[in-house]
Ligand binder design. Structure first.
Ligand code: NAD
Length: 261
């Protein structure tokens, strides 16, 4: 079975990709030969420089398109400005933690918009072109929290369960058309977002770095090891490869055993 993919001639749009998992997935797709479109809501010189550098290193076309994934019209405009796409990675996401009764309504609305509705809008914009070309790959970056729950993360968990449901529906609506749609469900991945939480957790728990990672942050991840952005990128490339032509409507957990518990 081959899990390598030659993605030359394919254009990939990756939402929320100026850092963390999105950037790692963009690296993996570019390394496999795809043209990549990076995105976030900012429009700074360094965002465009990031895309230029990535393209140069991998010898592929690469652009950065600013678009706010909390706004449906901008989600659709991202795909249109890219000129359509063969590979769509819905990755943009934010988090907020609070008991339900205190959960700020604007945070609930923002998480549902960025983590869930953006994938609906980009998928709607990308599908006509994919259907016309008879090939497409949609990979939605959900979470272990798309399959299980934890307290105080109501909006995130509702949105990520929604992403898993949207992925299954998209798969059914495109079955047999050369298009697949799947959700990747990572456990904890050591991204800048998670790295930034470590000093605070060390302070709160009075533990050293290794202990707080092992005993607090990775308590639910039986391997007690972070997943890596490279592993998410490699799995994405696999889902874009011929080996995964019949893999659709499913979830792939990369969570060190979390959802086996
Ligand atoms: P991150 O903060 O590094 O990346 C989030 C990306 O989304 C950034 O590029 C950010 O700029 C972008 N973004 C935020 N709001 C946006 C908006 N309104 N419009 C456009 N882009 C926006 O975090 P990450 O850890 O790389 O997370 C990426 C995805 O992976 C998220 O969907 C997250 O829920 C999911 N995830 C992360 C982990 C983890 O442990 N890191 C685990 C499971 C799932």
């Amino acid at each position: 079975m081959t899990v390598s993919a030659t993605l030359a001639g394919k254009r990939a749009v990756i939402t929320g990709s100026n850092s963390g998992i999105g950037l790692g997935v963009a690296e993996a797709l570019a390394a496999a030969g795809a043209e990549v479109i990076l995105n976030s809501f900012t429009d700074r010189p360094e965002d465009h420089a990031l895309a230029a550098d990535l393209g140069k290193r991998h010898g592929v076309a690469a652009r950065y398109i600013a678009a706010d994934m909390s706004k449906g019209a901008e989600c659709r405009a991202l795909v249109e400005k890219a000129g359509g796409c063969d590979i769509l990675i819905n990755n943009a996401g934010i988090q907020f933690v609070s008991p339900i009764e205190d959960f700020p309504v604007e945070k609930w609305d923002a998480i549902l918009a960025i983590n869930l509705s953006s994938a609906f809008h980009t998928t709607a914009a990308a599908l006509p072109g994919m259907k016309a070309r008879g090939w497409g790959r949609i990979v939605n970056i959900a979470s272990a929290h798309g399959l299980t729950a934890s307290p105080y993360k109501s909006a995130y968990i509702a949105a990520k369960h929604g992403v898993v449901g949207l992925s299954k529906t998209t798969a059914l609506e495109t079955a047999g058309m050369g298009i697949t749609c799947n959700a990747i469900c990572p456990g904890y991945v050591l991204t800048p977002l998670i790295e930034a939480q470590i000093p605070e957790q060390m302070k709160v728990h009075g533990m050293d770095r290794d202990t707080v990672i092992r005993e607090v942050m990775l308590l639910r991840q039986p391997s007690r090891q972070f997943a890596t952005v490279d592993q998410i990128g490699g799995t994405t490339v696999y889902l874009c490869s011929p080996a995964a032509d019949q893999v659709t409507g499913t979830t792939i957990s990369i969570d060190g055993g979390w959802t086996a518990l």
